[in-house]
Design a protein around this ligand. Structure first.
Ligand SMILES: Cc1ncc(COP(=O)(O)O)c(C=O)c1O
Length: 463
């Protein structure tokens, strides 16, 4: 072996051994020379060979047996592994991009529900009405008439907030990001639910927060654990989805909500309430924490992605005055404003009877889907529902003696997509949990898809 000084030695040795493995100069499971022998033979340090073998192992060319040595991997196993990894990478944003016929992973609403023709009329109407104003910079806080209309709508939800305390945002994800950038300082402690929405976990972590998770029970976060943490540590923010939580579908009980508000006052922390799904109730309209917030402790985020069209990138945020000024400042320095055309067209839609008609229609569709899916899920053995959701788009299920990743891969062979729970966990471990979402799956597909899942669970259980 001829080594040069241009490249790190361990990489040159890695390349040579890798090439020999690919060209079948070794048989599978053949033992490679010991670290000491190879180092001596090549005239390099033992540490260099350790690094070489570690890199070969990471790339799955070799495997190690504790106390025995390093062995050549079966290249077919390596190929299968890599394919699985590629598939796994496809759901790292909580979305499954690979080709599934029945996609319980996707939480994008089915495009058939989008009121495209009506919305097109709204766009044309506001262009005629507002002309060039539409294409100028919009008010960074948001189009004033949209904030007025939202303020009126909120009254029906028992949230009394003047338009000046409403900030229009480009979707809830932007709301979370703006809060992180403007309010959360490096090392601040932020509590989240376990499991929680992956976009929030990433944002808080990336913003330098120390993120702590607390198990979610059927009626909200575990208050005993929360209490214990608050006694010992200074917590800055608590991020919650109080209604039809993503991924579990649970809603907080009124008692739990009141207790959390009382704790926020006592320990002086703020609650970030992400209320992205509350319009999708099956029976009773739920109330937010914000509607009970008498001490200005809740920063409220609402998105129109689930109930309307996610591609519009539209939502709003309400925050106490002293917090809102930082958030609005950051919004301005992030994207100046949410596009005026979208805000004005949406305001026209929201301010008309179309809104009620559309939202009612969606609730009926999702309730029906929920019922069909729930009745079938109940009949699948070795799978347990965490809770029975009263609204929203998700089921959170626990598998018995099967890993989520095994079911994910098995189902994918039949072109059925699901999401392993790791996405929603701070520790990134699925622990047998899976989220099933029926936003983009029609009733007949729900029936077919759950039949395939049932068969897959049974097969895996027999292994
Ligand atoms: C709880 C929650 N918050 C925020 C988002 C981000 O959505 P958007 O930015 O489209 O409003 C999602 C998307 O799935 C979500 O589930």
């Amino acid at each position: 072996m001829k080594l040069n000084s241009q490249q790190p030695l361990y990489l040159q040795i890695y390349e040579m051994i890798k090439q020999d493995i690919i060209e079948n100069k070794y048989t599978k499971n053949e033992k490679l020379p010991s670290i000491r022998n190879l180092a001596k033979k090549l005239g390099v340090n033992n540490v260099t060979i350790v690094k070489t073998y570690d890199t070969l192992e990471k790339d799955l060319y070799v495997y190690k047996k504790r106390g025995s040595g390093v062995y050549v991997n079966n290249l077919n196993i390596r190929k299968n592994f890599l394919e699985e990894e590629i598939i796994m990478e496809n759901f790292q944003y909580g979305r499954l991009e690979v080709n599934c016929k029945i996609n319980f992973a996707n939480s994008n609403p089915n495009g058939n529900y989008f009121p495209i023709k009506k919305f097109k009329d709204c766009i044309n109407y506001v262009i005629d009405r507002d002309q060039e104003k539409i294409f100028a910079y919009e008010d960074p806080k948001g189009y004033i008439e949209l904030r007025n209309t939202i303020s009126k709508h909120l009254e029906t939800e028992k949230i009394i907030v003047p338009p000046k305390y409403i900030q229009i945002i480009s979707g809830a994800q932007q709301g979370i990001d703006l809060i992180t950038k403007s309010l959360i300082h490096f090392g601040d402690k932020v509590i989240i639910e376990n499991p929680s929405y992956s976009g929030a976990i990433t944002s808080f972590k990336r913003g330098g927060a120390k993120v702590i998770d607390i198990p979610l029970l059927k009626d909200g976060i575990d208050l005993d654990i929360l209490n214990n943490i608050l006694i010992k540590e200074k917590i800055s923010y608590l991020y919650l989805m109080t209604n039809f939580q993503n991924p579990t579908g649970i809603s907080y009980s009124k008692k739990n909500k009141l207790k959390i508000l009382a704790l926020a006052k006592k320990y002086n922390f703020y609650i970030i309430e992400d209320d992205s799904s509350s319009d999708l109730y099956y029976k009773n309209k739920p109330f937010s924490l914000k509607s009970m917030d008498t001490n200005e402790k809740v920063i409220y985020i609402k998105s129109y992605s689930r109930i309307f069209m996610p591609g519009l990138r539209l939502g709003f945020l309400i925050a106490p005055k002293d917090k809102l000024k930082y958030i609005s400042f950051t919004k301005y320095h992030t994207d100046i404003s949410t596009p005026g055309l979208i805000q004005r067209a949406f305001e026209h839609y929201l301010n008309s009877p179309l809104w009620e008609i559309h939202t009612k229609k969606l609730r009926i569709i999702y309730k029906k889907k929920f019922e069909v899916a729930y009745n079938l899920l109940k009949k699948i053995d070795h799978l347990e529902l965490f809770a029975i959701p009263q609204g929203g788009l998700y089921f959170w299920v626990k598998l018995e003696n099967i890993t989520s990743e095994a079911l994910f891969l098995k189902a994918l062979q039949k072109k059925v997509g699901i999401l392993p729970g790791s996405i929603f966990k701070l520790n990134e471990k699925s622990e047998g949990w899976v989220r099933l979402c029926f936003a983009d799956v029609e009733i007949e597909e729900i029936k077919k898809g759950l039949k395939i899942l049932k068969e897959s669970v049974e097969k895996l259980h027999k292994l």
